[in-house]
Design a binder for this molecule. Structure first.
Ligand SMILES: Nc1ncnc2c1ncn2[C@@H]1O[C@H](COP(=O)(O)OP(=O)(O)O[C@H]2O[C@H](CO)[C@@H](O)[C@H](O)[C@H]2O)[C@@H](O)[C@H]1O
Length: 471
């Protein structure tokens, strides 16, 4: 079947977080399974886009209310990613370094969605299914059903995959005129809490809704960021599919970003080498257990707890542990984490920013990975940790609950219930104890490394979902 994914991110073209990882890997494995898979994202000013060849295959103008933005559809010419990659080039709106965070994000992503549909509408061959991802593509199912100019696309089944339900792409009805002419009797599909809500619109209009873990689907039926009643209403067409990971990109034996490659057989030596390099780079003690955190420094990730939790853990375990943090986000959290350096130099370090290579090195060189998330629709970091023989320490929420089982229950990681400093610190204490019990430590590391979280296994669940709505 022909599957078209539409999203804001796709690794390695443009990535801010896990959405990019999934949109860069699920299509690759669907393609390997024999499907024709296309991915459409905006044309940003990123290294991958500047360094690769693209052919312009379509041009037009996006009409956004009174504005007319010229756009091109560009196709990556070599299929280097294992699927067909298409970029929507709207220079005025997307020729920028960052993916999100601009005042005109609504105008940017509404234009992206209209340009994408204009192009699909112009094609003779149309996809069998369109898989939208998150709110940036949430108006697509609505426009396909009710915008006059997309009548031809009406019968293409659509899926909305929810990676993050906190951000919903809301805007006022004063911008309703941005949308192409549509059947006005359907305007209520756009509305939630008196505003246009892109995610709610997609949930109402898509033929299927998927979340990135089964447990997150259960959670949002009770606590759905204002959308719980809607999630309950569409339960019949919803399913939770736990994310997979790209085992080619995340492979300690072949990962070119590591200081030393290793497999389950050479775990001890391999991890030690990576740890020593990492520790010397960050002025840490390689003889002590290394606890790391990688992620966006936001409350949803529990990152606001990190400064105090790190201070407490480092004081309680004085000179017994190392903590290393990689991330960026909330400026206050960034400052607090940076300030800890003065007190705990030698046992603590932080890198504020985004660094893909360093992330790989940290997964490989750490002993434990902290994920005190308040919200985690799936979480990929714990899966990368397993693969690199690093034990995740997680709060039992969302997809973390689906993928991490506490060592007390013969599991693969360390779990706590509360997003609290005390809970994080007591998990760290348990980890320190485990670290000293080398035999048990190795056993748990190996359990993790043997888990198969590959897309090869999971991508069939997406195909089953598509089949349910295409036949
Ligand atoms: N500073 C930094 N430098 C380098 N790399 C960094 C980084 N900060 C984060 N990353 C990387 O970004 C990715 C984060 O992925 P996650 O799935 O853990 O969270 P995210 O909230 O972005 O994704 C959302 O979508 C995904 C995909 O569905 C869900 O798993 C998740 O729960 C949901 O919140 C990982 O590849 C991580 O290594």
């Amino acid at each position: 079947m022909e599957i078209l994914h539409i999203a804001a991110e796709c690794y390695p073209v443009a990535k801010v977080g896990g959405l990019g990882d999934v949109v860069g890997s699920l299509p690759k494995y669907q393609s390997k399974a024999g499907h024709l898979v296309k991915v459409v994202i905006p044309h940003y000013d990123t290294i991958f886009i500047n360094e690769n060849e693209f052919d312009c295959i379509y041009s037009g103008f996006v009409k956004l209310g009174n504005f007319n933005f010229p756009f091109n559809i560009k196709k990556e010419s070599t299929c280097i990613l294992g699927f067909e990659l298409y970029l929507v080039e709207i220079p005025e709106l997307f020729d920028r370094k960052e993916v999100y965070g601009y005042e005109d994000d609504i105008e940017r992503f509404v234009s992206f969605q209209i340009a994408t549909l204009d192009w699909i509408n112009s094609r003779n061959d149309i996809p069998d299914v369109i898989n939208c991802h998150d709110h940036h593509t949430g108006l697509i199912p609505f426009m396909m059903l009710y915008a006059n100019k997309y009548e031809k696309l009406r019968n293409i089944p659509t899926v909305i995959t929810i990676h993050n339900a906190i951000y919903q792409g809301q805007f006022g009805f004063d911008k309703l005129y941005y949308l192409p002419d549509f059947d006005l009797s359907k305007v209520t599909f756009l509305e939630w809490d008196n505003r246009i809500n892109s995610l709610a619109t997609a949930i109402k209009c898509a033929l299927a809704v998927s979340t990135v873990s089964p447990n997150f689907l259960n959670e949002i039926n009770n606590f759905g960021y204002g959308l719980e009643s809607l999630f309950n209403l569409v339960r019949h067409k919803s399913r939770g599919i736990l994310n997979g990971i790209d085992i080619e990109v995340w492979n300690p034996l072949k990962d070119e970003m590591l200081f030393a490659n290793y497999s389950i057989k050479t775990l001890d030596k391999g991890k030690q080498k990576n740890k020593e390099k990492l520790c010397s780079q960050f002025d840490l003690d390689p003889t002590k257990p290394l606890f790391s955190f990688i992620g966006r420094l936001l409350e949803e990730k529990g990152a606001d707890l990190l400064p105090q939790a790190a201070a407490m853990a480092l004081s309680e375990n004085f000179l017994e542990i190392n903590i290393l943090i990689l991330g960026s986000g909330n400026a206050e959290i960034e400052n607090q984490l940076s300030h800890l350096l003065a007190t705990f130099k030698g046992n603590y370090n932080v890198f504020i920013g985004y660094n893909e290579e360093l992330a790989h090195q940290i997964y490989a060189g750490s002993d434990f990975l902290l994920m005190p998330s308040r919200v985690e629709p799936c979480g990929l970091n714990q899966m990368y940790s397993f693969r690199y023989g690093t034990i995740p320490i997680v709060r039992r929420t969302g997809g973390l609950k689906d993928s991490v089982i506490d060592i007390g229950d013969n599991g693969n990681g360390i779990c706590h219930y509360q997003a609290s400093i005390v809970d994080i610190c007591s998990s760290i204490q348990r980890a320190v104890k485990l670290y000293k019990d080398k035999k048990n430590l190795k056993k748990i590391q190996k359990i993790g490394m043997n888990i198969d979280h590959s897309w090869e296994k999971v991508c069939q669940e997406y195909i089953e979902m598509y089949h349910l709505i295409t036949y």
